[in-house]
Design a protein around this ligand. Structure first.
Ligand SMILES: [Zn+2]
Length: 420
């Protein structure tokens, strides 16, 4: 079995513990040993990587990936792309996530029913490079809800990037169908959104029995549910029925926050605010409406979301950086920016942001016992970083500072030769 010895690394293990100097041995696809420098024999078949004090940390984990979003300004673009080209773009994005050091992605919706599933399978069997992927369904929404792009005068066709459902039976059927096709994650949209004036963020769109129906299917088929939940009532429904990943949580009131806190060992929250921040700063350049009223509404949603995350962090809820990359103004490939947003806009320490993007990400993936930390026995998803992300978390945004990227014990990006 192939083995690698990372020699003289500064290990930032993802647990929240301070970094320490160590040698790290990888055998096969797992971390076999971590010891003080010089304590692991270098003789034998090991390839030795001289780290010279560079930071060795877990691969990053994106908690709200949309690999099939295509960096366009409007969701109508999802309809326009035939499935063949769409799959190629999805695989291209998968590789791009590895390029940036994201070795795992928890998907928060695909834009055609089988894109995530097929990409995950192709990655898993080694045909294409990409992160470990939890594959999601398309978004299950309600008629008139976020992502229902149908127009009365047109044949609805079957190319929707969301699946409108009405009533518990329709949601149950859609969830079962997604399970049949092989998703890991069922995505629902129980609230409105910042981007849809007709159905604003504070509005609850799904009913309690609809959310319950999807969660029942997920439980019985051993899948998980992720939800776009901005309104207070949508958050409460999600927590009540066992949704695992809640996104945005903008209008969480004190009751919703109490419920999240009470279930903090079961739920994860990811605000996914980069898309909102860049919507304000960049989207005007891409021809999107930018009236004062609209900007005011977006700014309000952003501020409320940021305030909510500060409070949830104080309450010990796992708040994870990442999310909603794949729009023209917030493109794939810039995901690590989310860590800096956590530090600069929400007062997280760099360590807290990194734990969110590693250890907690592993827990969200359902693999907390073997993913997201540099620990003996854990899967060898590792980054060797030039510099100290605790001093400046933004160095994780610079791919040139990622000296090596390993996934599952195999170098996706081998260390440069001069470090051997
Ligand atoms: Zn999203």
């Amino acid at each position: 079995m192939r083995s690698f010895l990372f020699n003289n690394a500064r290990v930032l293990d993802g647990s929240g513990a301070p970094p320490f100097a160590a040698d790290v041995l990888v055998t096969g696809n797992r971390i076999a040993d971590i010891a003080e420098p010089g304590m692991i024999a270098t003789a034998g078949a090991h390839d030795v990587i001289s780290c010279a004090g560079a930071t060795l940390m877990p691969g990053l984990i994106e908690p709200h990936a949309h690999l099939s979003f295509v960096d366009q300004a409007t969701p109508f673009a999802f309809h326009a792309i035939p499935v063949e080209e769409h799959l190629l773009l999805t695989l291209k994005h998968a590789r791009l996530y590895l390029d940036q050091g994201f070795t795992s992605c928890f998907s928060a919706a695909a834009t055609k029913p089988r894109l995530d599933i097929v990409a995950r399978n192709a990655i898993d069997c080694g045909d294409f490079p990409g992160p470990r992927l939890r594959a999601a369904s398309v978004q299950l929404t309600v008629t008139g809800g976020v992502g229902d792009l149908r127009q009365m005068h047109l044949d609805p066709g079957d190319a929707m990037y969301t699946l409108p459902c009405d009533g518990a039976d329709a949601f149950r059927r859609a969830a079962r169908e997604a399970c049949r096709e092989g998703v890991d994650v069922i995505k629902i949209v129980p609230s409105g959104d910042t981007s849809t004036p007709a159905v604003p963020s504070a509005r609850t769109l799904m009913t309690d029995d609809e959310v319950a129906a999807v969660c029942d299917v997920a439980r019985s088929q051993e899948r998980v549910v992720a939800a776009h939940a901005r309104s207070a009532e949508s958050i409460k429904m999600c927590v009540r029925h066992g949704v695992k990943a809640l996104y945005h949580a903008t209008y969480a009131d004190s009751e919703a926050k109490d419920m999240l806190e009470a279930k903090r060992d079961q739920v994860f929250v990811a605000p996914a605010v980069s898309v909102t921040i860049t919507r304000l700063s960049e989207a005007g350049k891409h021809g999107l409406p930018s009236t004062p009223e609209l900007r005011a509404r977006i700014e309000r949603d952003l501020e409320l979301t940021l305030e909510c995350m500060v409070d949830l962090r104080r309450r010990g809820v796992r708040v994870l950086p990442g999310g909603d990359y794949g729009f023209k103004w917030n493109p794939h490939g810039t995901n690590a920016r989310d860590l800096a947003i956590f530090v600069e806009r929400m007062g997280f320490t760099p360590m807290e942001a990194i734990v969110g993007a590693t250890k907690w990400g592993g827990e969200l993936m359902g693999m907390g016992h073997e993913l997201g930390q540099v620990r003996s026995g854990f899967l060898a998803d590792l980054l060797l970083v030039d510099g100290d992300p605790l001093q400046d978390v933004r160095i994780l945004e610079d791919r040139e500072r990622l000296l090596a990227i390993m996934k599952d014990g195999v170098f996706y990006k081998p260390p440069s030769l001069d470090r051997h």
